[in-house]
Ligand binder design. Structure first.
Ligand code: SF4
Length: 362
């Protein structure tokens, strides 16, 4: 059969994504742990998907490659560790209509598909991502739109899944257009891994089609500086040039980016691409991902190192999304040494202690 398109076409990338243990073994020299993990994922677990583009960023022989560890299954996925949950953010308990989750008074999350360009082994939504349902139909999403119409307190809708940008453009536009017809929805955010896993998708045509629906924010997901390739930077430039505010949510992952030098390089690279590092997320305790999670103390130490090293625009908030869906909490090192009688003593990233004096009481 003649291929009508090639690797620079996003549909070709999706059609040629690696989805089985056997294919993965042909492309990479898998360790025993990876091979067993891939067979387990294929048979019972969270499915495999890796675009040829993202696979090309993986080291073919080194199982510790930080790109490879994000998408190649590991036998440890079979294990549960203390605190693991199937639905760590309690999204099912907060579902107010099919595919619509409301955990905050003014925001809602619309899950429009179960498909992504790649399946990240630490995905918070591994319970439903890749479950085969595909993009949700208009009829399936109708009650969610009806709910948004009758709840004008919801001002901000995050379109997620799965990955909304892995859908066909006409379907995506129908969803965005439908949301824009709800006067109380002020902001629409597209949560997507496509700029890092399938940058070919960010075409001039896509950007032009979405542009009339501003304000439309794009929430990207870059976890490692190696993901900031020329193609990814071009995709980000296309979004920024078209006026989309672009923010990045990075997940802190053991053996992948749990190093302040790696994260500094990532966050500086994002800023150079006009992307604001928004959150550094403590990994959610999702079932089967314990081997990729760091202790919270590691994140706090790394964040302290970053605070002394990065400017405010490059430094994201370090966030724990509390298990059960009770909301996000910013965490960080404690810079206050003591407080007494209007005097607060701080330690600073430069290693000196400084007093801040309150003004005299009236
Ligand atoms: S792209 Fe996002 S939704 Fe899809 S598997 Fe990765 S983390 Fe999960």
């Amino acid at each position: 059969m003649i291929e009508l398109s090639g690797p620079s076409d996003w549909r070709w990338q999706l059609r040629h994504a690696v989805r089985s243990a056997a294919e993965l073994g042909e492309k990479l020299a898998l360790s025993d742990e990876e091979l067993e993990g891939a067979r387990y994922a294929e048979a019972n677990g969270f499915p495999i998907a890796i675009t040829p583009y993202y696979l090309s960023l993986c080291d073919p022989v080194d199982a510790n490659c930080p790109i490879r560890r994000q998408v190649v299954p590991h036998v440890a996925e079979r294990q549960s560790v203390v605190g693991d949950l199937r639905d760590p953010l309690g999204e099912e308990a907060h579902e107010v209509a099919p595919e619509l989750v409301q955990r905050y008074p003014d925001r809602a999350l619309l899950l429009v598909s179960d498909r992504c360009a790649v399946y990240c082994r630490f995905c918070t939504r591994s319970r439903m991502v890749g479950d085969g349902g595909g993009p949700r139909s208009d009829a399936r999403l109708a009650p969610a739109f009806a709910y948004l119409e009758t709840h004008p307190e919801i001002k901000d809708v995050i379109v997620s899944g799965g990955d909304p940008l892995a859908m066909a453009t006409d379907r995506l536009l129908r969803i965005v257009e439908r949301l824009r017809r709800i006067p109380s929805v002020e902001t629409i955010r597209l949560a997507t891994r496509v700029p890092s896993a399938l940058p070919q998708r960010i075409t001039d045509e896509l950007v032009a089609a979405l542009r009339p629906f501003h304000p439309l924010w794009v929430m990207t997901h870059f976890n490692h500086p190696k993901e900031l390739t020329p193609q990814a930077r071009e995709a980000l430039a296309r979004l920024c040039d078209a006026g989309f505010p672009v923010m990045n949510q990075c997940v802190l992952l053991r053996g992948i980016n749990d190093d302040s030098r790696v994260l500094s390089e990532l966050f500086r690279g994002l800023v150079r691409s006009r992307v604001r590092p928004y959150y550094l997320l403590q990994a959610d305790p999702v079932r089967g991902s314990g081997h990729l999670r760091t202790p919270l103390a590691t994140g706090i130490r790394i964040f302290e190192e970053l605070q002394g090293r990065l400017s405010g625009i490059a430094l994201p908030k370090f966030i724990v999304d509390t298990p059960g869906g009770f909301g996000k909490v910013p965490v960080g090192p404690d810079w206050v040494v003591r407080r007494h009688a209007g005097v607060t003593r701080f330690r600073t990233p430069r290693g000196v202690e400084v007093d801040y004096l309150d003004p005299p009481e009236e």
